[in-house]
Design a protein around this ligand. Sequence first.
Ligand code: PLP
Length: 404
Amino acid sequence: MIDINKIRADFPILKEKVNGKQLVYLDNAATSQKPQVVIDSIVNYYTTINSNIHRGVHTLSQKATDAYEQARIKLQQHFNAKKSYEIILTAGTTHSINIVATGFSSILKKDDEIIVSAMEHHSNIVPWQMLCERTGAILKVIPMNLEGELVLSEYDKLLSKKTKLVFVNHVSNALGTINPIEEIIDKAHKVGAAVLIDGAQSAPHIKPDLQKLDVEFYVVSAHKLCGPTGVGFLYGKEEWLNKLPPYQGGGEMIEKVTFEKTTYAGLPHKFEAGTPNISGVIAFGTAIDYMNEIGFDNIASYENELLEYATKKLLQIEGLKIYGTSKHKTAVISFNIGEIHPYDIGSIIDKLGIAVRTGHHCAQPIMDFYKIPGTVRASFSFYNTFEEIDLLYDALVKAKTMLC
Ligand SMILES: *Cc1c(COP(=O)(O)O)cnc(C)c1O
């Protein structure tokens, strides 16, 4: 069970006023808010153990290294990776995808095929297009239907011996659809292709079991699950991380450097050049602990109740159309009201203290598919309330009256 008052008290920002109104934060798919323990974790790091990791023999450096490495182990345990060094700490989902996409330059050949889905975030499209330009590989797209679900019968037709890699998001940030990744992974493996899952939107709501999924790569950003911005990880199966070349050269990622030849360090250091966001990684570990204390089952069932309530309530508004109506969804509602531009709705309800996202949500191909310029997106987290959904409803009714 969720003790909503206790949880809300953990998030100092929820007491803030915006434009003179109580903040109603419904932009959780863009980034989540941070509980006090996560904020404290960053402050404590800089107040008591700040120093560079993996380098010094001195006590502080060892404390910082221990805290950093403990966070990696927390992530390993939470996501059930086999080895802690299969968790590469990065600047987030975008960075993680670029490590893999750049690395595949040395694996793919001309006319090899790679498969993406029609409902991806730009950060799971553009790095692969750049890869195709470098290698001459061909990008194929799994289409979607009007409910906002992938058409798996079409996926079957795209798969062949030429397929080397499939990359799909676990949950769509623009629609909330939970994709059937087990089936997608299984089918890719049958033709010998590797799979990368973009878990940026799933990790905040679902606890994925990486070994059970048997996926080659899984990528996550901390800031969408109560952690800081600019931190995340790339999970890769050991054999695949060994196959990929390093992404960046620099300190920390070498075994031996001479001007004639440099040999690289082993995992995970090969992919962790330079001084990382140490406090951010430690705070990411704190965020995972915090969410586990609440419990991912509790989070998912509460958010489902919010989704069901909000869907029914918003559909009472005449002319409101929801994009993404799959039965398998996280608590995201993407919608438009009649012909009103999403930006106009977003601006008016912002004056009432309500934060939602408007626009294409970094997923322009989805908007093109529905032939719309964008949507208003309300995305809910376990610290949102039913009362906040009522406030959203009232604000939308007001906006509609003003704009029609
Ligand atoms: C947010 C998001 C990204 C990008 O994450 P960054 O933290 O900005 O790198 C990629 N994919 C999906 C599905 C997302 O929601």
